[in-house]
Write a protein that binds this ligand. Sequence first.
Ligand SMILES: C[S@@+](CC[C@H](N)C(=O)[O-])C[C@H]1O[C@@H](n2cnc3c(N)ncnc32)[C@H](O)[C@@H]1O
Length: 205
Amino acid sequence: MKFEYGKAYEKYPVEDFTFPDGSRLKVHNIFNQTPEFMKSADLLFVDPPWNVGNLRCFYTKNGQPLEATFEDFYHRVFEVIKEIKPKTAYIEIGKEYLAEFIQETKKLYKYVTFYNSTYYHSSKNLCYVIRGSNRAKKPKLDGLDEENIIGWICQNEDYEIIADPCMGQGLVAFYAHKANKRFVGTEMNPKRLAVARKRVEEKKK
Ligand SMILES: C[S@@+](CC[C@H](N)C(=O)[O-])C[C@H]1O[C@@H](n2cnc3c(N)ncnc32)[C@H](O)[C@@H]1O
């Protein structure tokens, strides 16, 4: 089965794309060396795959076999966050790896908290959003859907540039642009990342 995402890639290719305001998207696998431009971000949101099945599914959608374990993968996610060094990082995760992700976030930040959340706006789809920061602040985000959390972060956090290393179809890009802020993002699947460019340019989710 082919995953085409509405063929956005035909009109909105994104191999390495810079928007007029300097926001930038690049097709990139996080196991490779982190592009320098990602390190300009002072805020980060990432919703990585949540377990090995989910990770394999994204590799299949990208026409690639998965060679890494989930542990290799999430350790790399946290290494990338460490390299980008944002003042505040939000990481979305399911229950299965919540404890491990909190532990990893605590290695990077003094203040760590997490929120109950949902995805696709259904109370049946539970997930969590961890917030790590060196600033003691606890925004009230409990119970919000991940999309509303992303919208809140992009609008209300104190930042210049937000990064998302696993950007997918670009909710972070869309909401940062809507808030008149810059974003930088990487994503291994060019067809998914093209949707991010489309959403920003068409100003439509
Ligand atoms: C849950 S989705 C992110 C959804 C995103 N928040 C959005 O708005 O669409 C996770 C993303 O991680 C990407 N991904 C998985 N492994 C990756 C890797 N090794 N390098 C870069 N991206 C990867 C997948 O292709 C997928 O788009």
